[in-house]
Write a protein that binds this ligand. Structure first.
Ligand code: OOG
Ligand code: MG
Length: 263
């Protein structure tokens, strides 16, 4: 343990929340607490969640991070992480991303799961994960690190709710049995340029493996995945920096197109 006190953990949680709310980047927490552990970072994330709930926001799900090679290579790390989603994050169907409410937003393409049953325990399998899923949808994730220049250690990232900022979900809902999720192709076009493409297998060979991994990680903290929660399974393509005026279109096999304008 680095010996960070409970009070200092609250201070860290408030620092990244204030940065998010004021759209103002801050220095990494490890500059102040160089020995911050993963457990302490998740404890800070939990405090952050508690404070958001106290502000009146509702926790609506989870986002997995670093579940694909594209993202692992971007950050030079391989261990998946998770963060929380809140009800201020979803963008409406025609709602643009307002750049001024962000610091340094980037866009990712992801497959999202919405659960109809809870999942508990250390060893759920693919069958259990699919059975507990209500439907899958196309999604875009807007990540926005609260740290200067989007540079941070794993512990900083976890404490900062792994850069969670906004999500946009498609409106075609499929059962996970209706389509081969590993083979599901995704393309992202930014300002009329085909920027990247990938398929579901980019996420831990099959995006449902991200659900399995999340439930295991939650179990270690004595928690579980509740029915009704949304899970963003992690970026299939890399994250692309957004600017005012950008027009993004993601095209998902079987799940349709998701447009996003940045204003
Ligand atoms: C961490 C969040 C990663 C993903 O899909 O892998 C993530 C970051 O890059 O800031 O959302
Ligand atoms: Mg993501």
């Amino acid at each position: 343990m680095s010996g960070i006190s409970q009070e200092q953990m609250y201070e860290c949680a408030k620092r990244t929340m204030a940065a998010e709310d004021a759209h103002q980047a801050i220095p990494q927490l490890i500059h102040t607490f160089p020995h911050l552990t993963f457990d302490e970072a998740y404890a800070i994330q939990d405090i952050r969640t508690k404070l958001r709930i106290e502000q009146g926001f509702r926790a609506i799900g989870y986002k997995m991070g670093l579940t694909s090679k594209a993202k692992q290579q971007m950050l030079g790390r391989t261990e998946p992480t998770f963060g929380r989603l809140f009800d201020y994050m979803p963008l409406g169907e025609n709602e643009p991303l307002e750049f001024k409410k962000h610091i340094q937003p980037k866009v990712e393409t992801e497959i999202a799961f919405v659960m109809k049953e809870s999942l508990h325990g250390p060893d759920i399998d693919m069958d259990a994960a699919l059975k507990a899923t209500d439907y899958i949808v196309a999604s875009l994730e807007i990540i926005d690190s609260r740290y200067i220049d989007f540079k941070f250690s794993s512990q900083d990232g976890i404490a900062d709710n792994i850069s969670a900022s906004r999500i946009k979900l498609g409106n075609i809902r499929l059962s996970p049995y209706e389509t081969n999720l590993a083979e599901l192709g995704i393309k992202i076009n930014i300002n009329d340029i085909d920027t990247a493409n990938g398929k579901g297998s980019a996420v831990l060979d099959h995006p449902a493996n991200a659900i399995i991994m999340l439930v295991k990680m939650l179990h270690r903290e004595g928690k579980f995945l509740e029915a009704g929660q949304i899970v963003m399974t992690g970026a299939v393509t890399a994250a692309y920096k957004l600017s005012v005026g950008d027009k993004v279109t993601a095209t998902f096999d079987a799940l349709g197109k998701l447009p996003l304008a940045v204003v």
